[in-house]
Ligand binder design. Structure first.
Ligand code: GDP
Ligand code: MG
Length: 451
């Protein structure tokens, strides 16, 4: 992990009174690698590391921190800086309704976000209205209506007007721009103070779609245009963001699917190239899985620096570098359960064919035997093939496996991306269990086991 690598760098830098250029370079190399692993776009990485270098060369060593720790501290400050420093809040219109338009590729999470945002605003005493301007997919309107119902927020849709029996007749069928305009007018009329316009997306950047979004924007003059982007798309986030910035223009970013393995490099990339802040994070399919975006938390997620930052805090408090180093060593020793271990376990399981027979001879083992019978050896071979198609980094840190990496692994192992996904999901569960065991010394949720 980055923590380990930096810990090693720390060691070599100990006892120095001032950072040389070479010292800084060594640390920056690690940081650069970590950023690329987190799928931050290369131009952004370059810009970022050159700024770190400027600040870091020649810094004096403080009493509490050694030079490398100070570099890491600078890195963190700069990251938080790029990510916007403080959470940017929604801008509300002086004269309601406030119009919030959602834009982004299909599957980015716009419709889900409409519900989340609506629910969140309603809880704060607002009276939001969702507007169904995605008329591209046949069931898009229905999807928004379902989401609205769950969120307890009315939905303005063509033809059907507003759901929940408030009935407005729709002459706007088929024209998403007209639906948007009518929706805003309806909201003004019925005193909804916020309008959230859900729009259509395509699977890729598409001229016609951009034009439609631009037209909706022109027709409704939104106070905020939120670009919704799937955090899992990694490096692609930059191109998509640029295309939407040029084609539609947006005032804020929402990162969705941050509950997955994505490390959030997309946040840094999108902000780096468009200058627009990430405002919200979507962290699950449920409506309440939604939060304000916190730059400081994202900074540590991107650099995987949780451990390091804790170390630094400790060091600053205790003024005891020795202690900090001991802690670092301890953290480094507490290696996580990796896919490599998973693979080793598999190999062990493979030799258990004879166990099946043995269990069959023992009384009361029927159920366990049945489970073993369900254990498909061919599936195990596929799992093995998948893991072997991963790079060492991916095996150690499966969360770097973004969409394109997963596709490569699937191709390399002759399997489907869905199988790779399933494996990673299962592995994640195994990892959680291992962690819990390490912490608590027992197996959670397993009857008859301590803990
Ligand atoms: P849209 O095409 O941009 O409107 O995207 P949708 O809102 O329809 O979302 C596409 C899929 O992603 C759906 O299956 C959602 O349930 C799922 N989804 C949306 N946001 C999140 C999220 O934050 N986390 C997870 N895990 N899934 C999400
Ligand atoms: Mg949608």
């Amino acid at each position: 992990t980055l923590s380990d690598r930096l810990t090693a760098t720390f060691k070599s830098l100990r006892g120095k009174g001032r950072l040389s250029e070479a010292d800084v370079d060594a640390t920056i190399r690690e940081i650069r690698r970590a950023l690329l692993d987190a799928d931050v776009a290369l131009p952004v990485v370059r810009q970022f590391t050159s700024r770190i270098r400027e600040r870091a060369v020649g810094i004096e060593v403080s009493q509490a921190l050694n030079p490398a720790q100070q570099v890491v501290k600078i890195v963190n400050e700069e990251l938080v800086g790029i990510l916007g420093g403080e959470t940017r809040r929604l801008r509300f219109a002086k004269n309601p309704p406030t119009v919030i338009m959602l834009a982004g590729l299909q599957g980015a999470g716009k419709t889900t976000l409409a519900g989340k945002l609506g629910r969140w605003l309603r809880e704060q005493g607002h009276t939001p209205l969702l507007v169904a301007s995605d008329l591209q997919r046949p069931n898009a309107v229905t999807q928004l209506e379902v989401v609205g119902q769950r969120a307890g927020v009315p939905v303005f849709a063509p033809e059907r007007g507003v759901s929940e029996g408030q009935g407005v007749s729709g002459t706007s069928q088929g024209d998403p721009v007209k639906v948007a305009r009518d929706g805003v007018a309806f909201a003004r009329d019925k005193h909804h103070d916020v309008v959230i316009i859900d729009t259509a997306g395509r699977l890729g950047v598409d001229g016609e779609l951009m034009q439609q979004a631009a037209d909706i924007k022109a027709a409704t003059s939104p106070d905020e245009v939120l670009f919704v982007v799937d955090a899992m798309i990694g490096q692609d986030a930059v191109n998509t963001a640029m295309a939407f910035m040029d084609g539609v223009g947006f005032t804020g970013v929402v990162l969705s699917k941050l509950d997955g393995d994505a490390r959030g490099g997309a946040a840094l990339s999108v902000m780096g190239v468009t200058g627009q802040p990430v405002m919200f994070a979507s962290t699950g399919e449920k409506l309440e899985e939604f939060e304000l975006f916190h730059p400081d938390r994202m900074a540590s997620r991107i650099l995987d620096m949780g451990d390091i930052l804790t170390l630094i805090e400790q060091a600053e408090k205790a003024f005891d570098a020795e202690q900090a180093e001991k802690m670092a060593a301890k953290l480094a020793a507490d290696e996580d359960f990796t896919l490599e271990d998973f693979l080793a376990q598999m190999a062990a399981l493979k030799n258990m064919g004879s166990l099946k027979k043995m269990l069959g001879m023992l009384p009361g083992m029927g159920e366990l035997r049945e489970q073993l019978d369900n254990f498909d050896e061919r599936e195990m071979d596929r799992v093995e093939a998948i893991i072997k198609s991963m790079t060492p980094l991916e095996r150690r840190q499966p969360r770097v496996l973004n969409g394109s990496r997963r596709l490569r692994v699937a191709k390399g192992s002759g399997t489907q991306v869905s199988e790779v996904n399933t494996l990673i999901e299962r592995f994640g569960e195994a990892q959680k269990m291992m962690r819990a065991m390490r912490r608590g010394g027992g197996m959670p949720g397993m009857p008859g086991m301590p803990g």
